[in-house]
Write a protein that binds this ligand. Sequence first.
Ligand code: ADP
Ligand code: TYD
Length: 211
Amino acid sequence: MQKNLFIAFEGIDGSGKSTQVQLLAGKLREQGHKVYTTFEPTDSKIGKMIRDIFAHKEPADHRTIAALFVADRLDHLLHPENGLLKKLAEGYTVITDRYYFSSYAYHGTHMSMDWVIAANALCADLLRPDLNIYIDMPPEASMERISKGRNSTELYETLDNLKQVRDKYLEAFGKEKDREKIFITDGNRPAEAVAEDVLAAVNHLAGVALT
Ligand code: ADP
Ligand code: TYD
């Protein structure tokens, strides 16, 4: 792999995204790449507002949350010191734990998905992932993982919601299939097995990008 890529991991809560971000970053570093890992919601002030809402510290309408995510994402892209565009220009391979498909799926359950896609158009114009990796997990298994790890749950972490979000992810991939590269992998397997498939997909993509 030579070109520095932008890779976005997607999946419902507890699907194993952060685990896979770390595993892929480690493997790419072993191959000699400079890798920058990041996540949304970010740790900026806008991201903190979102986390306060999720932790039930502040009430907010779902439409407000969707708009806050657009602002958080633009800041993530454009921040003058650690923005994604800057990191890519510096030669880093950038891996993010969530990007705009999360908005399509999570907010598309509460409002028109087309509105959410349109609201994120500027982000897509600025930077489209070279690959969206969807870690597919049965919502029941995800909920089991989440409840093992913690004793409180965030705003969107209910079984019914995760089922809807999974359906919306699949709907969004269908809608966007002509302009997005999407790799779907079964997340209900040992983490190393998932990571091997992910690495193969990324290396294949990089090979294709170079020919
Ligand atoms: P996400 O970032 O999608 O919420 P995490 O990577 O934080 O998911 O994983 C959620 C929980 O499941 C963590 O406790 C993690 O250690 C565990 N986990 C992650 N991947 C696997 C896997 N393939 N098999 C079993 N448990 C896993
Ligand atoms: P995250 O911290 O990735 O949670 P987890 O590790 O449990 O998957 O994301 C927090 C929540 O933010 C998660 O429930 C999904 C939600 N979210 C949105 O609703 N819209 C978005 O655009 C993004 C990026 C995340």
